[in-house]
Write a protein of this length. Structure first.
Ligand code: 15L
Length: 259
């Protein structure tokens, strides 16, 4: 029997995974500050991801953590520090104390949001682009990736950091036609991150097989991720947003987060 702990399970991506990850022989242990209605094959824990004692208890008998918990956009420093930074420390430290061998960390493209998008359509940005956060939120993701590296190098945890693009039911703007990660592909990416033998420490873009994609799929394919969706099917429904917003999306990885 395999047990996977999902933090932030009541959030946007958590809800997508809860319906896509149940398997015969797998228990999903769902942790969030918001109460969650239990479903077959799940266990529910109502606690903050930043509560280290609760996290250590939640990790008992766990084979892998999918760490999604935290604020999913920009906020003031104190909030980002208390929830995202403390929460990600607690996830790695709890994994170490409880002997959980693998952590899949929901990082974000905003860890590298001020990286410049390639002007040439043939150039793809690699998975290991160096940090250029666009917000305090992006800083929390850089810090999470750094903690992942530390807990791998010092304590031997396997850590996969997913630099997720725009994970939503559908893209909403021009940038999203390049950065979209469909809910089904998100689940495929998490499953590959859980199944791949010895990932060690690695960073992988979280993006679908979009026609306008500018982020590489090489790292994803190395761990067995094969995306099936393409944002282009929504292209006809998307018009310009506003000039500054669309221009930011053409210029920088993080799009409007850089404004
Ligand atoms: C993220 O990391 C955010 O959580 C999400 O709300 C989107 O803004 C997404 O990035 C994006 O870049 O589209």
């Amino acid at each position: 029997m395999e047990t996977v702990l999902i933090t932030g399970a009541a959030g946007r991506i958590g809800r997508m995974l809860r319906t896509r990850m149940p398997r015969e022989g797998r228990t999903l242990r769902l942790l969030d500050v918001q109460p969650i209605k239990p479903a077959p094959g799940t266990e529910v824990i109502t606690a903050s991801v930043a509560d280290l004692d609760a996290m250590v208890a939640a990790c008992e008998g766990v084979d892998a953590i999918v760490h999604l918990g935290g604020i999913s956009g920009e906020s003031d420093w104190a909030q980002i520090r208390d929830v995202n930074i403390e929460g990600t420390y607690a996830a790695f430290e709890a994994a170490r104390r409880a002997g959980v061998p693998r952590v899949v960390f929901a990082s974000s493209n905003h860890a590298v949001g001020f990286q410049v998008q390639p002007g040439d359509a043939d150039i793809e940005l690699p998975d290991d682009l160096s940090s250029r956060p666009d917000t305090f939120y992006g800083v929390s993701k850089v810090l999470g990736e750094a903690l992942g590296a530390l807990y791998h190098d010092r304590h031997g945890l396997d850590v996969v950091c997913l630099r997720i693009g725009t994970c939503a039911d559908r893209p909403r703007d021009l940038r999203g036609l390049a950065t979209w990660l469909s809910p089904d592909d998100c689940a495929r990416l998490v499953e590959a991150s859980l199944a791949c033998p010895e990932p060690r420490i690695r960073t992988v873009w979280g993006v679908s097989a979009n026609t306008r994609r500018i982020w590489s799929l090489d790292g994803g394919r190395e761990i067995g991720y094969e995306p099936k969706d393409d944002a282009e099917v929504f292209a006809g429904e998307i018009g310009p947003k506003d000039e500054a917003h669309d221009e930011a999306g053409r210029r920088y990885v993080g799009g409007a987060f850089t404004l």
